[in-house]
Design a protein around this ligand. Structure first.
Ligand code: F6P
Length: 541
């Protein structure tokens, strides 16, 4: 049966339209319309989006808008903001937007004012951070805290790490921040190698407080502290961020040292909840407030701006056009700002855990492509590594190039050199170099073909003034709402993550087979059995 999406009139028209324009080159589109750059650009909250180097025309954009409207994007957006249970497979509201609503607003969900709840936790976080940053919070031996280690994984790690790196310029430099996520003991060992327990505070961050990696690392952290300082030190050296007070208490952390959040915050949408405690410790409550204000400002833009000028909606629709019609399977995100070096990793979880889905909200298998692969590296490093494939490879990779007008560390010519590459890459990818141009340069005939660059590769350029906490909040909210836009049109649940469950269950079954002192009876497939036997043999078990 044909899906709802494919039956939409706008989708059908887009299919016909695609046949008509699929071979048109960006060179022609720019030559035909001198106003293309201004026409195909938009701006919100200090982020200027130039999307003119996408393979779109006026008609494409009009049809994409029609598709968004036929798919109920505006209605579903309003339902999210009103606290409806749009996460259908888990029957939950999706309210990360409430995490950044101002204190003088309110939002009643299931009879509770969630904004008041949010600001209650924020107030406790602020007090705690002021105490730790000022040295008033003492460790078990009376020394102030100099090191903070966040222990978490997925959304309980990637947001904190990304935000810490992004806002390092604004951080208190005499506080060392470390992040432990991998269950590989090397991650923990290297994180604490040069630290001492009596000056170190662990934040155990886990929405569920059941995640095996995090609990394993948390136990090792507790052993590391208590071996030197004794059991009583746990209260001064451990705090928790979670929705599960019972398991936090069972772990041995006093729930008065716990900062809560709620089931309506998805893990990958939680960096501005109490999961941001390490961020607030690093940059201080005022900067954290600015971050929240930036998120909220972009939320308001997404909620109120007409779709034609709505930056997250535009980016979501362009991504869908590239993914479903051109069939481009991945998106590169290249921040030309060293502080954003972990942004691609953060966006991988946000986009791929959200929109890597194969069934509709009704549980029907989709008959179109959903989430693209997201990946990237900061510019200009990527240019000397994988950009060759983006320029001349057979796979076309639409790229988001993120640039800034000002550096936070201006030194000599660095920043203009950096920024010139943002514009140059977008130009080269769009227009390439024709055979005639290559020949005109006097290129020997036998290398002409090698030097031709087809161009016609789509890019978005996101240009901003300077990286601030507020700007970071707006940028992340932009991508959150891009994901929402695409998920709505794809008719999928962008807020669950059932796909990661099976691997976890199977791992739990295999652990005792690896640990057993007697040869275990294995009844996996022959490949898995053989891998386990080989592993045990090399471990001399
Ligand atoms: O395994 C996926 C996942 O559930 C993510 O969605 C989540 O961000 C991560 O694990 C960590 O979960 P928790 O915060 O509950 O430890």
């Amino acid at each position: 049966m044909t899906s709802r999406l494919r039956q939409r009139p706008a989708w059908r028209k887009l299919e016909e339209h695609f046949e008509a324009i699929k071979d048109v080159h960006l060179r022609e589109l720019f030559a035909d319309d001198p106003h293309r750059a201004t026409k195909f650009s938009a701006e919100a909250e200090g982020i200027y989006l130039d999307f003119s180097k996408n393979r779109v025309t006026d008609e494409t954009m009009a049809l994409l808008m029609q598709l968004a409207r036929e798919s109920g994007l505006e209605e579903r957006r309003d339902a999210m903001f009103n606290g409806a249970h749009i996460n259908v497979s888990e029957d939950r509201a999706v309210l990360h937007v409430a995490l950044r609503m101002p204190a003088d607003t309110s939002l009643m969900v299931d009879g509770v004012d969630v904004v008041a709840q949010v600001h209650g936790v924020l107030a406790r976080m602020r007090d705690f951070c002021v105490n730790v940053r000022s040295g008033q919070w003492k460790g078990a031996t009376g020394k102030p805290i100099k090191n903070v280690v966040n222990v978490g994984i997925g959304g309980s790690d990637l947001g904190p790490v990304m935000a810490y790196e992004a806002l390092r310029h604004y951080s208190q430099r005499d506080l060392t921040l470390r992040f432990v996520s991998n269950v590989d003991s090397t991650d923990f060992a290297e994180a604490v190698r040069d630290l001492v327990p009596d000056e170190t505070l662990f934040i155990i961050s886990s929405k569920t407080f059941t995640t095996l990696e995090t609990l394993t690392n948390a136990r090792s952290a507790r052993d590391w502290v208590t071996t030197t300082l004794g059991e009583h030190a746990v209260a001064r050296h451990f705090v928790a961020v979670s929705t599960n007070d019972q398991l936090v208490a069972e772990f041995g952390i006093d729930t008065s040292n716990m900062f809560g959040f709620w089931d309506w915050v998805g893990g990958r949408y939680s960096m501005d909840s109490a999961i941001g405690l390490s961020t607030m410790l690093a940059v201080g409550p005022e900067h954290f407030d600015e971050l929240l204000a930036g998120f909220h400002a972009m939320d308001e833009h997404f909620r109120t701006a007409p779709l034609e000028k709505n930056v997250p909606a535009l980016m979501g629709l362009l991504g869908l056009w590239n993914r479903d019609f051109f069939g481009f399977a991945s998106v590169g995100v290249m921040p030309y700002e060293q502080y954003l070096k972990r942004l691609p990793a953060y966006l991988q979880q946000l986009t791929m855990e959200s929109n890597g889905k194969h069934v509709t909200l009704e549980g029907e298998v989709v008959d179109y492509d959903t989430g693209a692969l997201y990946w990237g590296e900061p510019g200009t490093n990527g240019q000397h590594s994988f950009y060759q494939l983006i320029h001349q490879g057979t796979a076309i990779v639409p790229v988001d190039l993120i640039g800034f007008a000002r550096s936070l560390n201006p030194i000599g010519p660095h920043h203009d050199i950096l920024s010139s590459n943002v514009f140059a890459q977008a130009e080269a990818l769009a227009f390439g170099k024709t055979e005639a141009q290559v020949r005109a340069e006097g290129t020997p005939e036998h290398v002409v073909a090698h030097r031709v660059m087809e161009g016609n590769r789509p890019t978005n350029v996101l240009l901003c003034e300077v990286l601030t906490p507020r700007l970071l909040g707006s940028l992340i909210a932009l991508y959150e709402h891009l994901v929402f836009t695409q998920g709505t049109i794809w008719d999928i649940d962008s807020f669950d993550q059932w796909g990661v469950e099976l691997g976890k269950v199977l791992a739990v079954r295999i652990i005792p087979e690896l640990e057993a002192s007697e040869e275990p009876v294995l009844d996996h497939d022959s490949s898995t059995n053989e891998l386990i036997r080989r592993y045990r043999a090399w471990k001399q078990r």
